[in-house]
Design a protein around this ligand. Structure first.
Ligand code: GLP
Length: 240
């Protein structure tokens, strides 16, 4: 697991976008793992800019999202499907049939089986991740043990509180979500985790504090990934 410290959040975003672009140029039908949240907005902006400049083609690229709220459908303004449409899918030439999304309004058991089958048959060439203030990756919350495969998770209080900023009221934040499992993340060929802002400093500090892979700090799974980068800006590095 490599630590990359950049000068700013924009530089971190540009760095991760460049890693994605590298993979896509090498393998035009790469499967890219996509995360959502404020940490990822800059990455999508830089990827879209490369598409607009004619230097990157997404025609054959395949995507899969890390997680999705359960109980709200793709039409909901806070669904991750909506986020992806707004920040990425409508800005590049991805084919809709190449984009795998969990249906948050679907039957949880059926969606879990469908997601597990997809991930069982498809290995991600590169995966971007954000990080929760409690160290979660995707929606793999701190727990006594890791869950290997895709599963429905009850969101931690910390996460509900942190994500309530996107909803009118904390009571509107879905209590459940679907996430790829820790085993799925560990299998990705490359992983880039981007973190920014003082709220993430504690999780990042704990990630680098020792050599443990600890389910109580799910981001520590990156230590088992074949090629993982943690990309932070100088401001976060100083706070951590
Ligand atoms: C959410 C998502 C994660 C994301 C994290 C950080 O709960 N499930 O995939 O990485 O929180 O979000 P943000 O980047 O907005 O801080």
């Amino acid at each position: 697991m490599k630590l990359i410290v950049t000068g700013s959040f924009d530089e971190s975003s540009r760095h991760v976008a460049a890693r994605f672009a590298e993979v896509i140029r090498e393998k035009p039908d790469a499967l890219i793992g996509c995360a959502t949240g404020s940490s990822t907005v800059g990455i999508y902006r830089h990827l879209a800019a490369q598409y607009e400049a004619g230097t990157l083609d997404f025609a054959k690229v395949r995507t899969v999202n890390v997680d999705e709220y359960m109980g709200i459908g793709p039409g909901h303004g806070q669904s991750f499907a909506h986020f992806m449409a707004e920040h990425f899918f409508t800005r590049v030439n991805l084919a809709p049939e190449n984009c795998y999304l969990v249906d948050g309004a679907g039957d949880p058991a059926g969606e879990t089986a469908r997601f597990r089958a997809f991930l069982g048959g498809n290995r991600m060439d590169i995966l971007m991740l954000g990080i929760g203030t409690n160290g979660h990756v995707g929606f793999n919350e701190p727990a006594p043990v890791f869950t290997a495969g895709a599963h429905v998770v009850a969101l931690a209080e910390d996460t509900i509180r942190a994500n309530s900023r996107f909803f009118q009221d904390e009571s509107e934040v879905p209590r459940h979500a679907m996430t790829m499992g820790i085993g799925d993340i560990a299998k990705a060929r490359r992983v880039c985790l981007i973190a920014s802002g003082a709220a993430k400093a504690d999780a990042v500090r704990r990630l680098f504090a020792d050599d443990n892979i600890d389910p109580r700090l799910p981001c520590t799974i990156l230590k088992a990934c074949p090629d993982a980068e943690v990309v932070i800006d100088r401001e976060l590095a100083q706070a951590a």
